[in-house]
Design a protein around this ligand. Sequence first.
Ligand SMILES: Cc1cc2nc3c(=O)[nH]c(=O)nc-3n(C[C@H](O)[C@H](O)[C@H](O)COP(=O)(O)OP(=O)(O)OC[C@H]3O[C@@H](n4cnc5c(N)ncnc54)[C@H](O)[C@@H]3O)c2cc1C
Length: 416
Amino acid sequence: MVVTDGDSAFDIVIAGGGMIGSSLALALAPLGLKIAVVEAVPRGGGQQPSFDDRSTALSRSSQKFFSAIDLWSGIESSATPIRHIHVSDRGRFGFSHLDAGEQGVEALGYVVINRVLGEVLQAGIDNATGVKLLCPAKIVSVYNDVDDVRVTVEEQVDQHRELRCRLLVAADGANSKVRSMIGLSATQKPYDQHAVIGNLLPEKTHNNIAYERFTPNGPIAMLPVADDRAAFVWTMDPQEASRVGALSDVEFTQELQSAFGYRLGQFSRIGKRAAYPLSLSKASALVARRSVVIGNAAHGLHPVAGQGFNLGLRDVAALAESLADAQRESGPAFDPGNPDTLGDYAEWRKSDQQKLVGFTDGLVKLFASQLRPLKTLRNLGMWGFDLVPGFRGLFARHTMGLAGRLPRLSRGLPLK
Ligand SMILES: Cc1cc2nc3c(=O)[nH]c(=O)nc-3n(C[C@H](O)[C@H](O)[C@H](O)COP(=O)(O)OP(=O)(O)OC[C@H]3O[C@@H](n4cnc5c(N)ncnc54)[C@H](O)[C@@H]3O)c2cc1C
């Protein structure tokens, strides 16, 4: 059965109401367009894959983005500032650090729990004018024609709805199906690594320090979170991940402690753990006819540098700005699916995406390698990183998401 209730024509349809799709809908709300967000997984019950128990390190540009769309006040109370980043290589002499004071900023970034961010974004969608949420509803087919896009949505088994729009945005994650529905392919490179995540109570206060520790089995990130707890992301090969997954909480804590060391004292009261398979994915192009891919649907990164969502949020800010500019220039003739507007957007985002994909992939290879020349480079890199002030400043700007041509929202400025 195909439902047609008259409310099926939109300016923009966003496939996926996860962290990126929801952020885009809220960024676009001031443009006064008619927007539909289609999300496959029902709210509540803790099933939403984007809003789970992971922690996300938000860069300064992401914090500015949320300030600019008036959401930061809702996020801030549960966000923990990162004032210092400490990077070390287990069993080696060198270590590197970044300091907020040295960079002249109040914080290098902020850690939020995805579930909490999800609650703020979902409340924002419920209150936004012109934004309609279809959930649970799954996009099952797309026909992107010259003048419009027809999107078939499955709301229940055997109950479909047809939507029409002038621009379709695929924000349906790294395994995006909508990406292929609009005619784009993607490369996927599995890293043969899993990220085991959770949080715990360290004996010593975290002092707002984020640790990244490279060990022979893979990197461990330990992020400061609320209530003096620390959130860990421990990367390891899949066999190790299933072995440690079967350990009791006490056994797992002992293994994590021995891999991370005692900088934070004794670990205790470990929370729920989960494991994620890691891969690098990249769409063959960022735009197709009357359609765009953003966030993980455009690029899925290894979480080693904590940059995937931050990069995706800069896609969101740039797309919103490209559309706002086109709307201002075209007046009533504004067409959000105009190929020139989409082409400008793709050109703008190319460099930031390429740099971060290359940097993250290079970091994974560098620290996974047991080859002597790479080990030496790694040690030199850590020393050089600390000793060459210009390099550290440049790295800090990238980590904070402040390098390159930044869209208005990523600078904390309103869209128009
Ligand atoms: C362990 C780990 C730690 C991380 N830490 C960080 C960090 O510290 N900092 C950082 O910046 N990034 C981090 N990331 C990356 C970050 O989580 C992702 O970049 C982000 O979740 C991408 O969001 P997204 O909305 O693009 O995709 P997703 O989160 O995958 O959301 C896609 C949404 O689309 C929906 N969907 C899928 N198919 C359809 C369909 N056909 N119809 C309708 N809806 C559909 C899904 O249900 C989902 O809600 C981390 C990732 C991992 C795995």
